[in-house]
Design a protein around this ligand. Structure first.
Ligand code: TTP
Ligand code: MG
Length: 370
C-alpha cells in the first residue's frame, strides 16, 4: 500500500545538558563545560554525559571517563558539573510544548529529541518546512534560550540521519529525490540497529556502505539476519520507513518507570521489572474500563541518556499479554541499538481518548448492524 508523501523533522537539541547549564549560569560563557555522571567511588570516577563544543575541541565527549576529561582540560579554565536530570527534564518539557505548536504530530524520542510530522502544516512543501524551522528556532530561542539542529526528510529515518549533518544550530534538508545519493555513500552504522557486531558481519558479506546494503540480495539478508531485521535493513538502506510519528498524549497514557536492582542488558531480568509495572498499569486501566492501542517502553542508560520506543497495535486491546509481548519485542530491538547497560526502565500504554472510544463504539455498532 503506497503511503502518502510526508515531511518529517527530527529536532535534536545542541549539546543539551551543557547548553542548559550555560544558559542558567551565564558565568560559564566562553569556558569549556563538562556535565558528568559522578559514580561517587572517588572524586573523579564516572563518565562524561556531554560537554559543550569548546570542550569537544580538546577531545572531551560523551562517554569518556571524567578523569581523562580533566586531564585533557588541565589549565583550560574548564568547569565540571554533575548531571541535574530533573531540571533538564523540565526544560525539555517546555521545549517540547513549544515545538508541538508547529507540528501536526510530535513524538518525543528522548530527553533532547523529537520527531515532528509537518506534512499538513507545510502543505507538503520543503520550502515551507525550512521557513517553519526558522520560526521554531526563533520561538525556542526567545522563550527558553536554547538552540537545536534539525533534519528534514520524507520519514523519521532520513530526518534522524540528516539532523546530524549540520550542528550546532543547523538545518539539513533531504528531499525525496536526494535520498539515494544522501544515503548510499554513508557507512552502514548510520542506520539505527546497526552496531559493532552487525557492522562486522556485514563487512564479511562485502557490505560497507548503505548503498551496498540497498543492492544486496534480500533473500540472503533474511537468511543471515532473520525476517524482522532482514526486511528492516533492506528497507532502511533504501530510505524506506513508514513508521508514523506518534503522539504519546500524556493525559491519555498510563505508565510506570522504575530503577532496576542492578544495571543490566539481560532481557529476562528487564522483563521481570516490566511485568510488575504491567500489573499496575493493567489494574489501573481495567478499573477505568479503558482499552489501549499503543504500547511504549522507555529506558535510561547508565550514562543517563534516555530513549523511548513505541508500537501501535493493529487493533485496540484490553489484555495483559499483548502489552508484555509488545514491550519484550521493543526492548529486544532496543538492546540491539545500544551497547550500554540499562539503569531505569518503564512501560506505558496509550489509551483511547473519550472521543475515540465513542467513535470506536459507534463503528462497532454499525458493523454489528450490517
Ligand atoms: P546527544 O543529542 O547525543 O548529545 P548532545 O545533545 O549533548 O550533543 P549534540 O549537540 O551532538 O546533539 O544526547 C543528548 C543528551 O543526552 C546529552 O546532552 C547528555 C545525554 N547523554 C548522556 O548522558 N550520555 C551519552 O553518552 C550521550 C550520547 C548523551
Ligand atoms: Mg543533542
Amino acid at each position: 500500500m503506497p503511503t502518502q508523501a510526508r515531511i518529517v523533522m527530527l529536532v535534536d537539541l545542541d549539546y543539551f545538558f551543557a547548553q542548559i547549564e550555560e544558559q542558567r549560569r551565564p558565568e560559564l560563557k566562553g569556558k569549556p563545560v563538562v556535565v558528568g555522571m559522578y559514580s561517587g567511588r572517588t572524586e573523579t570516577s564516572g563518565a562524561v554525559s556531554t560537554s559543550n563544543y569548546l570542550a569537544r575541541k580538546y577531545g572531551v565527549k560523551s562517554g569518556i571517563p571524567l578523569f581523562l576529561a580533566q586531564k585533557r582540560l588541565e589549565g583550560k579554565d574548564a568547569v565540571f558539573l554533575p548531571v541535574d536530570y530533573d531540571y533538564y527534564q523540565q526544560v525539555s518539557d517546555k521545549i517540547m510544548a513549544i515545538l508541538r505548536r508547529f507540528a501536526d504530530a510530535l513524538e518525543v524520542g528522548g530527553i533532547d529529541e523529537a520527531y515532528l510530522d509537518v506534512t499538513k502544516k507545510t502543505q507538503g512543501s520543503y520550502e515551507e518546512a525550512e521557513a517553519l524551522v526558522c520560526k521554531m528556532k526563533e520561538a525556542v530561542k526567545r522563550e527558553v534560550q536554547v538552540t537545536f539542529s534539525v533534519g528534514i526528510g520524507p520519514n523519521m529515518l532520513i530526518a534522524k540521519i540528516a539532523s546530524d549533518i549540520h550542528k550546532p544550530d543547523g538545518v539539513t534538508i533531504v528531499c525525496p529525490e536526494q535520498v539515494e545519493s544522501f544515503l548510499s555513500p554513508k557507512p552502514v552504522d548510520v542506520l539505527l540497529g546497526v552496531g559493532k557486531k552487525t557492522v562486522a558481519k556485514m563487512s564479511e558479506m562485502g557490505i560497507q556502505t548503505v548503498g551496498d546494503l540497498a543492492k544486496y540480495d534480500v533473500q540472503r539478508l533474511l537468511e543471515v539476519f532473520g525476517k524482522v531485521l532482514g526486511i528492516y535493513f533492506h528497507n532502511a538502506a533504501n530510505g524506506v520507513d513508514n513508521e508514523p510519528v506518534q503522539e504519546a498524549g500524556e493525559a491519555e497514557s498510563i505508565g510506570r518507570m522504575s530503577t532496576l536492582k542492578e544495571n543490566s542488558r539481560n532481557l529476562d531480568f528487564i522483563m521481570q521489572k516490566i511485568n510488575q509495572q504491567i500489573e499496575e498499569i493493567y489494574a489501573e486501566f481495567t478499573q477505568k474500563n479503558l482499552s489501549y492501542r499503543q504500547v511504549g517502553i522507555s529506558a535510561v542508560m547508565t550514562n543517563l541518556s534516555g530513549k523511548s520506543r513505541s508500537k501501535t497495535l493493529e487493533k485496540p486491546a484490553k489484555d495483559k499479554e499483548t502489552i508484555r509481548k509488545a514491550a519484550r519485542e521493543l526492548f529486544e530491538k532496543y538492546l540491539v541499538e545500544t551497547d550500554l547497560e540499562i539503569r531505569r526502565v518503564g512501560v506505558r500504554v496509550a489509551v483511547f481518548s473519550k472521543e475515540e472510544r465513542q467513535q470506536q463504539q459507534l463503528s462497532s455498532f454499525f458493523y454489528a448492524e450490517s
